[in-house]
Write a protein that binds this ligand. Structure first.
Ligand code: FEO
Length: 169
């Protein structure tokens, strides 16, 4: 059984993960609007991954005999001034999510809820990758420039990202 306050915190994290999906889908739409289809593809894959993150919390709450309570998802920003600004925002957002996950780890550890703390370890590791991949694109944009041929080279590379839906959601 999951405690009421861990259940509430995990339900909030479902909201945060779905908001992340909304944010990246909005960034994907921005990239489509400026004809950077490779960047748009990367963001669309990221949006799909975030829904998988949300579903992991959803399933875990259910598996522990708790109740999933969904809440209103805030609207994300809809405009960015440049590709690098969008990716810097994505990187900053991932740092914020890392903070949320770390707070959840602290809560579950304080409450000696070992099953929840173990479940969260997947997210602790995932956040290392999440930050690195967003920051990686920021660094590429800084090196190659966020316009002209450098930008189109990065766009081609980001077009190759694929999303594979896990078998169990
Ligand atoms: Fe679900 Fe990008 O963290």
């Amino acid at each position: 059984m999951i405690s009421d306050n861990i259940q509430e915190a995990f339900n909030k994290q479902i909201n945060a993960e779905i908001y992340s999906s909304y944010l990246y889908l909005s960034m994907s739409a921005y990239f489509l609007s400026v004809n950077l289809n490779g960047f748009a593809n990367w963001m669309r894959c990221q949006a799909q991954e975030e829904l998988v993150h949300a579903m992991k919390f959803y399933n875990f709450i259910n598996d522990r005999g708790g109740n999933v309570i969904l809440s209103v998802i805030e609207g994300p920003p809809t405009k960015w001034n440049s590709p690098i600004q969008a990716f810097q925002d994505a990187y900053t957002h991932e740092q914020k999510v890392t903070g949320l996950i770390n707070t959840l780890v602290d809560l579950t550890t304080e409450q000696k809820d070992h099953a929840s703390a173990t479940f969260l370890q997947w997210f602790v590791n995932e956040q290392v990758e999440e930050e690195a991949s967003a920051d990686g694109v920021v660094q590429q944009l800084k090196l190659a420039g966020d316009q002209g041929s450098g930008l189109f080279m990065i766009d081609r590379e980001l077009a190759s990202r694929t999303f594979v839906m896990p078998i169990v959601l």
